[in-house]
Write a protein that binds this ligand. Structure first.
Ligand code: ADP
Ligand code: MG
Length: 615
């Protein structure tokens, strides 16, 4: 086994796999493969009753099948002997056994395909649940298309291979044992001969099986990569078209598909080699038996029916071993595909949402206490540097600062997408991670910089994430507060209008207002607004502004605004630059200070005046 793996490693031409680390890799790989296997089988634990029935059918089918060559041998020899009575008796035996065989083996196949469907669905559900539980860091690192490819093609590969192969594997084991027993009974000297070539065939199969399994993983990885490219191009089709980049995307996909093809061809070559080697060995085996068996018969040491039966058994043994080979490669394929699945499923999120706190008296006092943070995939770029500030309940605090200064990052930490590297984020003096997940997200609502809607109706979007269905009255009330009711009423289907994927069937301002209604329907104590109006034109902006002005009353609000005129009335303004709070105060205080805030405001006023002159 070790030898097989080493050779595979030597064959790979990827520079990343250095020879130094090979031995370690192999051990890990073998362990992973074996355990991943067990885990897949354990997934079928729930269906043990089915498996028992299937196994009984399988036993009966294999036993009945096992005697077929025996009776074939006797039928043939009774023809040779011209013995009518024996001929008919053996024909009936054969017929009866075949009948039982057909029924039980059909039933066995049927049960196995049911269990395989169950297994595939269960694996799919678990994988999806495990992926959704991951932290945002995971999604920063893994592409959507890659994950969905795992969810569809890899799981199918695993499920099918396992069910089909488990079926064949069990059958083959029973058949092998039975056939070997029959052969021994018929002629042990002939069987000894078979024993010499048999292991050779098995050994070859294992060798190729290892190659094929490793190759399968490469095929699946390349496929996932290609899928993610296609997925991205399709989901960003408007951008692709506006830069007329279709041809380039096609070219890139072609490159990735070429890699899939390259790996698949190599896999096919391994398969070809295995078939070829296997066949040659079988030919030699058959010839040997014919010669030696003929010799025994001519010396009267073996009867003719036994000889004929033996040959037939040997053929069957060849078939069985062949299918064991197939099973082995199939299982290797499945375990190759499952490695990544389990890797994703086993990943322990670094951000856990397992807090328990639900406070009856939730006020919504926000406090950042000496918070420092770097994104996990850019560990060396500190985005927030020792930030401290508080927002008292009912206060409106604005975060302003140049683009990239870390404003959205603050919101991300408040939403508990990531955890701070240093310092703490407290709500009502309790760290965010200690709150009950659902509770927390009902109390704290976010309208993000680029709000995304789901491909569902407006109604479903507004009540997204709520456990109970809201009444029409509640939904309309939220929409009214968000200044959305009037435009929704103008749609023919009103609240049942579809929003389209990510909300593409809505105008920017409409999307923003639906997102605001979605945030408001849960009557949150804390409202986080991240440039909720920056993408809008003046008309739409004023509508959203108006809605915001109405909704912020009585709530703790952290507002990030691009247009500084909109935060003039905030209770306090924090000015962020390069992840540090450089100024803090009311609009009037900051203006008189003539610092960064003053500069930013001045620049915007100048810009505004230039616009007016230009018109
Ligand atoms: P803004 O103040 O404009 O909202 P952000 O908080 O979004 O700025 O970004 C702050 C810095 O963090 C930027 O330099 C940005 O490139 C980086 N950044 C934002 N999101 C990520 C991410 N998911 N992974 C790595 N870096 C990020
Ligand atoms: Mg931002």
């Amino acid at each position: 086994l070790l030898a097989a793996h080493t050779t595979t490693h030597l064959h790979t031409d990827e520079p990343s796999e250095s020879l130094a680390s090979t031995t370690e890799d192999i051990t890990v790989q073998i362990k992973e493969t074996t355990s991943s296997w067990w885990r897949i089988i354990k997934l079928g634990k729930k269906e043990w009753k089915y498996y028992i029935v299937a196994f009984i059918c399988l036993l009966i089918a294999a036993l009945t099948e096992m005697f077929q060559p025996y009776f074939s041998g006797h039928i043939i020899s009774s023809v040779v002997d011209n013995n009518w009575h024996n001929f008919v008796t053996n024909i009936f035996w054969y017929l009866g056994l075949s009948f039982v065989y057909v029924i039980t083996s059909g039933l066995r196949g049927f049960i196995f395909s049911i269990t395989s469907t169950n297994l595939i669905q269960r694996l799919r559900n678990r994988f999806f649940a495990a992926v959704l539980k991951q932290d945002i860091e995971f999604f920063d690192q893994n592409k959507t298309g890659e994950i969905t490819s795992r969810l569809s093609s890899d799981i199918t590969t695993v499920g099918e291979a396992i069910s089909i192969n488990l079926n064949i594997f069990l059958r083959s084991i029973v058949q092998t044992v039975g056939t070997v027993v029959m052969m021994l009974v018929l002629s042990w000297n002939l069987f000894l001969l078979v024993m010499i070539t048999g292991p050779l065939t098995c050994g070859t199969a294992k060798l190729y099986g290892d190659f094929i399994g490793k190759q399968q993983k490469k095929v699946q990885d390349a496929l996932a990569d290609a899928n993610s490219l296609a997925e991205e191009a399709i989901s960003t089709i408007r951008t692709v078209k506006s830069f007329a980049n279709e041809d380039e995307e096609v070219r890139l996909l072609r490159l990735k598909n070429d890699l899939v093809r390259k790996h698949s061809i190599r896999q096919a070559l391994y398969y070809f080699g295995y078939m070829w080697n296997g066949q040659i060995l079988i030919v030699f085996l058959n010839l040997g038996t014919l010669a030696y068996g003929g010799h025994l018969v001519m010396n009267n040491r073996l009867s003719v029916p036994s000889f004929v039966s033996f040959i037939l058994y040997q053929q069957r043994l060849g078939d069985v071993l062949d299918s064991i080979n197939g099973v082995y490669t199939g299982l290797m394929k499945a375990s190759g595909a499952s490695l990544k699945l389990f890797e994703h499923m086993d990943r322990i999120p670094k951000v856990l949402n397992n807090g328990m706190v639900k406070s009856n008296n939730f006020q919504g006092r926000i406090e950042f206490r000496n918070v420092s943070f770097a994104y996990p995939n850019r560990k060396n770029d500190r985005v927030l540097k020792n930030i401290s500030f508080t927002v008292e309940p009912g206060q409106q605090v604005a975060l302003v600062g140049p683009s990239g200064s870390g404003k959205t990052t603050c919101i991300g930490l408040l939403e508990h997408f990531y955890e701070a590297d240093q310092g703490q984020i407290l709500i009502d003096n309790i760290p965010v991670q200690e709150y009950d997940y659902k509770f927390y997200h009902e109390k704290i609502s976010l309208v993000s910089q680029e709000p995304v809607l789901h491909a569902r109706s407006i109604r479903d979007n507004i009540q997204y994430g709520l456990l109970e269905t809201k009444s029409q009255h509640d939904i309309e009330h939220a929409a009214q507060m968000a200044n959305a009711h009037s435009f929704i009423s103008q749609f023919e289907k009103k609240y049942d209008t579809e929003c389209g994927e990510r909300g593409v069937q809505m105008a920017g301002g409409q999307k923003q207002r639906i997102a605001l209604a979605r945030a408001l329907i849960r009557s949150p104590n804390v409202l986080l607004l991240d440039e909720a109006t920056s993408a809008l034109d003046a008309e739409a902006e004023s509508q959203v502004q108006e809605a915001i002005a109405r909704t912020v009353i009585g709530r703790t609000v952290l507002i990030i605004a691009h247009r500084l005129s909109t935060v003039r009335n905030a209770d306090r303004i924090l000015v962020l630059r390069h992840g540090e709070i450089v100024e803090e105060g009311t609009h009037v205080e900051l203006m008189s200070k003539r610092g960064l805030y003053y500069q930013l405001v001045k620049r915007q006023i100048e810009q505004h005046e230039a616009d007016i002159k230009g018109q």
